[in-house]
Each structure stands twice: as structure tokens, then as C-alpha cells.
Design a protein around this ligand. Structure first.
Ligand code: BG6
Length: 486
């Protein structure tokens, strides 16, 4: 038998500030990402800010760099800069069309993030913004029409601007209260529509001003902010379980597979320690406590201790996640002497790279699924996977994206083997991103992932017309045959 299990969920995933747009509509407040420019692999994205002496600074903000932001710097929009989150690809006005396209492929799940500042514009209002709630209610209704199960990311790498500026974002416990209030509002408003919730996106990778709202990006600030997010996640999980019967909670981890560069004992031991940089997050949130090696992780980041109260320990234990979800795009290779936060890793001579230099490694996905399930013994879900590529559209917007089909086919085979041969309890897959959207790391449009082409360029020019690519029909066939016809 080579079919995926009958109830396996198939779908796609998106994030609000890369997809939704409508940044000044419907009472939405500002996010830290709204001040982030476009960029490229060679020219990192940056925030635009003004200092008290009137000078403009541009701290780098991409996933790969998180520059410190001086205390007196305030975000400012510059006339000659392009800010991709403002329009993104305008899901705000295209949601009916986009969801219909997803349904056309047979999606049974759609993972999307709710924009925090659309619900609480500053993060601090007493009452939520009704227009924001109405927008997402329409989205949920549209999904219901096509029997698509929603999966909501409560916070996808983002922070209402006011919370960042007033409290230094997740460096402050005040933001825990704001987050829990926001989560409670979502459970009240959408609990009847939504069973699957992810408290945070790629919590093991975020740091700095853009995603966390912190001005500093040193090790201590980062891990303190992470601790506050752990507590917020656990409180929201406990509350969600009480308010939404049958709800299931996960959080999302960036889980490239990680290989030691050689079998040299020093490389092997470095690999063990580098992998703990990821386990630290999954163990604490899915098993509910800081593990024995936490101090050693902290010491790699230049500090000895985090002050964790007995009350917080209790919260973490009571708010354990129900499943583990993760993104998988690539594998990395590491060796003794590599820095601890090393997204790119050392080169792997056995693998080909995407045009953005990400090693393509389908077997690594099977490895990862096994590794997580062996260790945590809770169901797993692949909530992001896909290939960023340059698509050449013809005059009708049609793209022959065989490279994307090849990438996905190999990853689906690996996932199928993990489930059917290795016995991993993986209950779904959401491809990043079913409709082309803005890249997180580079802010480009030309790094495309979708089954559907969107007519828009890196500077936001284009008709926004949606056109299914060759991979669209291929995916439809995959879903309708439960992955038997790959
Ligand atoms: C994940 C994020 O890191 O990877 C997404 O959750 C992101 O927001 C995706 O878009 C792909 O990365 P990129 O930089 O190619 O958009």
C-alpha cells in the first residue's frame, strides 16, 4: 500500500504580513514588519528609523541578521523605500478567489496567521477591533464552505509596533498579558470554527526587532524573550483547551535537518550541541520543562542563568503542546568551530542547492520526522515545506514549474516512507505557500513558492492576477489519489 492515511490533511500555509496587505484598512494597527524594506540575498532587508538627532539609520532585519536598534531610534516611513507588507499580494481583497483556488486543488487544511494588530491595533486596547474580527470571520466562513479545516498561527514572527516601542517587545512580561488577551479573543471569536492552533511561528529562529520587538539582539535578551514566549504559549494552550473543547495546540519550529560535516569526534560532539539549540525549544514546550542541557545552551550565548520562577515552571508544565509542527526546507551541515547561530551551516558536497543556496534534501525530511517523533512521541505535522524558485511566466501568466514538482514529489515520498515504513504519526502537510507571496528573508517577490502565479514584481508592480501553474494540477492529482500517484 502506498497511499497516505485516509484522514491525512493536505493543504498550504501563509503568513499575514507576507500575504494579506490592507495595512491601513479595517482599523489595522502597525506591525514592526511594516517598517521593513524589500531586499535580496546580497542586500539584506532593513528597518527604516530616525534617531533623536534627525539622522536616518537602517538596521538590518532579515532572518539572517538582526542588528541592534539604538534606544533613541523610532521607526519612520521613507518616501523612496518600498515596504512589501503594505500590499503584500493583497489576500485582504482576494481571499474568496484564493480560497476557491485552494479548494480547487482539494485542500483539506489551510494554515494562516492572524495579524495581531488587526485584532488589537496597539496590542493594548480593552476591546478588540470589530472590523478585524469580521474580516477573519469571513475567511473562516469561506473555508467552511469548501470543508477546509483551518489551522491558525496566533503569532507569526510579528509584534504590534506599540508593544515593541513601549515595552521592548518580548523582553518584557507585559507582552505576555497582551498576547494572552489576544489569544483569548481569538478563542472566543473563532473557537467554533477552528480546532488546530499554533501559538508561535519558528520560535527557535526569531530574534531582534522585527519578530520580537526587542532593540537588543544579544544572547541574554533573545533567551529571555524566548522564555516569555514559552510562558505565553503555555498560558494560551491551557486557556484554549478550556475554552475550545477538543482543540489541539502546537507551535512551529524551523527544523532543517542537521548533519555533522565529518565523523571526527569533535564534529560529532559539536553536532550534538548544535542540535540542542533546536531541542531546547521543542523539549521545553512539548514536554513542559527546561532540560538538563539548558545551561550549556545559554553558555554558548554568553550568559549563565535565566531566572525562572517556580510559578513559571508550573505554567510550562501545565501548558504542554499536543503536537509538534515544523518547517522543513533544507538540511544544514555543521562542524566544530561553527558559530552557534549559523543558518547556512557548512557546505554539503552531496546536495544540490536552490537558486537561493538552500540545499535540497528530501531524505532529510524523513530523518527529521523520525528524529522528532522518536524523541517527543507526540503527533507531528509538516506545516511548511516548498521550493523558492524563479518562475518564468508566459504571456498568460502560466508557468511550467517541473522543478517544483520534482522537489515536492521527492519530499512527499520521504514523508510517505516516514509514515508507512517508519510508523511516524504525521497527520498532515501544508505546503509553503500555495499562492505566490513575499519572501520573509529577502522581501522579494521573485522568490516564488506557489502553485498559483501572482502577477506582481519585487516593487509591488503588477495586476495581482492569479494563474495556476503546472504544479497546480499535479497537486490536485496527488491529493485526489491520497499521494499514491506521485
Ligand atoms: C519560514 C517562515 O521561515 O520560511 C515563512 O515561517 C517564510 O514566513 C518561509 O516565508 C520561507 O522563507 P523565505 O525567506 O524564502 O520566504
Amino acid at each position: 500500500m502506498s497511499k497516505f492515511p485516509k484522514d491525512f490533511l493536505w493543504g498550504g500555509a501563509t503568513a499575514d504580513f507576507q500575504y494579506e496587505g490592507g495595512f491601513k484598512e479595517g482599523g489595522r494597527g502597525l506591525l514592526s514588519h511594516d517598517y521593513e524594506t524589500d531586499g535580496s540575498l546580497e542586500n539584506p532587508r532593513h528597518h527604516t528609523m530616525k534617531r533623536s538627532d534627525g539622522s536616518i539609520i537602517k538596521p538590518r532585519s532579515s532572518f539572517f541578521y538582526a542588528d541592534e536598534v539604538p534606544e533613541d531610534a523610532e521607526p519612520v516611513f521613507l518616501d523612496d523605500a518600498y515596504y512589501p507588507s503594505h500590499k503584500a499580494v493583497d489576500f485582504y481583497h482576494h481571499y474568496k478567489e484564493d480560497i476557491k483556488l485552494m479548494a480547487g486543488m482539494g485542500f483539506t487544511v489551510y494554515r494562516f496567521s492572524i495579524c495581531w494588530s488587526r485584532i488589537y491595533p496597539t496590542g493594548e486596547e480593552e476591546m478588540p477591533n470589530q472590523e478585524g474580527l469580521d474580516f477573519y470571520k469571513d475567511v473562516f466562513e469561506e473555508l467552511k464552505k469548501y470543508n477546509i479545516e483551518p489551522m491558525v498561527t496566533i503569532c507569526h514572527d510579528e509584534m504590534p509596533m506599540v508593544l515593541a516601542l513601549k515595552y521592548d517587545g518580548w523582553a518584557s512580561r507585559k507582552v505576555i498579558d497582551a498576547y494572552v488577551k489576544y489569544a483569548k479573543t481569538l478563542f472566543e471569536a473563532f473557537g467554533s470554527y477552528c480546532k488546530y492552533w499554533l501559538t508561535f511561528n519558528e520560535i527557535n529562529a526569531v530574534r531582534g526587532f522585527g519578530p520580537c520587538g526587542t532593540r537588543k539582539s544579544d544572547g541574554y535578551t533573545r533567551y529571555l524573550a524566548d522564555h516569555h514566549m514559552f510562558v505565553a504559549s503555555a498560558l494560551a494552550t491551557k486557556l484554549g483547551h478550556e475554552m475550545v473543547p477538543g482543540s489541539k495546540f502546537g507551535a512551529m519550529y524551523a527544523m532543517s535537518e542537521l548533519y555533522p560535516a565529518t565523523c571526527k569526534p569533535e564534529d560529532m560532539f559539536h553536532h550534538l550541541e548544535a542540535r540542542r539549540e533546536n531541542w531546547y525549544f521543542i523539549d521545553t514546550m512539548a514536554r513542559g520543562y527546561y532540560h538538563n542541557y539548558a545551561k550549556s545552551v545559554w553558555s554558548h550565548h554568553g550568559f549563565d542563568e535565566l531566572d525562572i520562577s517556580e510559578e513559571d515552571k508550573k505554567i510550562l508544565f501545565e501548558g504542554q503542546l499536543d503536537f509538534v509542527s515544523f518547517s522543513y526546507y533544507r538540511s544544514n551541515t555543521t562542524q566544530a568551530g561553527d558559530p552557534w547561530f549559523n543558518v547556512g551551516g557548512s557546505p554539503n558536497p552531496y546536495l544540490e542547492n536552490t537558486p537561493w543556496g538552500w540545499p535540497i534534501d528530501a531524505l532529510g525530511l524523513r530523518y527529521c520526522l523520525n528524529e522528532i517523533y522518536d524523541r517527543i512521541q507526540k503527533p507531528v505535522f509538516v506545516v511548511e515545506n516548498g521550493m523558492g524558485a524563479i518562475d518564468e511566466a508566459d504571456e498568460n501568466g502560466y508557468v511550467e514549474d517541473d522543478y517544483r514538482i520534482d522537489y515536492l514529489r521527492e519530499h512527499f515520498k520521504a514523508m510517505r516512507d516516514a509514515i508507512l515504513i517508519d510508523g511516524v504519526d504525521c497527520f498532515g502537510y501544508t505546503m509553503w505557500a500555495p499562492i505566490d507571496l513575499v519572501s520573509l528573508s529577502t522581501g522579494e517577490m521573485k522568490k516564488r513558492y506557489g502553485f498559483v502565479y501572482v502577477d506582481m514584481d519585487d516593487k509591488g508592480q503588477g495586476t495581482l492576477k492569479r494563474t495556476p501553474k503546472k504544479s497546480y494540477n499535479w497537486m490536485k492529482e496527488v491529493i485526489s489519489t491520497q499521494g499514491e500517484n506521485l
